[in-house]
Structure formats: structure tokens, C-alpha cells
Design a protein around this ligand. Structure first.
Ligand SMILES: [Ca+2]
Ligand SMILES: [Ca+2]
Length: 97
């Protein structure tokens, strides 16, 4: 896993005005782990495209770029949450529930 429980702590995620509840974050964490097929705690671009529903989505490539704040071509859980939070105010992005 490689992700400490403290990363799910609302206080740490509070920077930048994260508006997810703890329950939502735990659902997103499950989504994140589903996407992270090699289990290294980071989402590579290829892992996003492993999902058939995302392959058909032309904005995914762009999403990864937007999510990837430190430009290492991988999306950490923190980047994932911050990115989704940013999108949350506009169009609702939902992975499988
Ligand atoms: Ca991975
Ligand atoms: Ca990154």
C-alpha cells in the first residue's frame, strides 16, 4: 500500500480547501487503489488507460496532466484528491462506485 492512515486525515488534506468528507475520501482511496494496478501508490498514465471506460474518455490524458502537480508523470493520492477537489466545483467526475 505505502499510504499511511494519516494521509487520509482531513487536516492534512485541508490545505487548498479540500471539500471531501472522510467517507468520500475513503471511497476515492478505494478508487485510487483500484486504478493503481501495480500497487506502487502512484497512478501512471498507463494505469488510467487500463480502464476501458477511461480509454474512451478523451479528457483523461488531460486530467493526468492537470492532476500531476510535480510533473513526474505519476499521480499520487494527494494529487488525485486535490485534482478531483478542483474538478468537483465544476463538472462531476466519477469513477466506478
Ligand atoms: Ca501504479
Ligand atoms: Ca506527480
Amino acid at each position: 500500500m505505502g499510504i499511511h492512515q494519516s494521509m487520509l486525515n482531513g487536516d492534512e488534506l485541508g490545505v487548498g480547501g479540500i471539500s471531501f468528507t472522510k467517507q468520500e475520501i475513503s471511497i476515492l482511496y478505494n478508487n485510487f487503489r483500484d486504478l493503481d494496478t501495480d500497487g506502487n501508490g502512484l497512478l501512471e498514465k498507463k494505469e488510467f488507460f487500463d480502464l476501458p471506460e477511461l480509454q474512451e474518455n478523451p479528457i483523461v490524458q488531460r486530467l493526468v496532466t492537470v492532476f500531476d502537480k510535480n510533473k513526474d508523470d505519476k499521480v499520487s493520492f494527494y494529487e488525485f484528491i486535490v485534482g478531483l477537489n478542483m474538478l468537483n466545483s465544476g463538472s462531476k467526475i466519477s469513477f466506478k462506485n
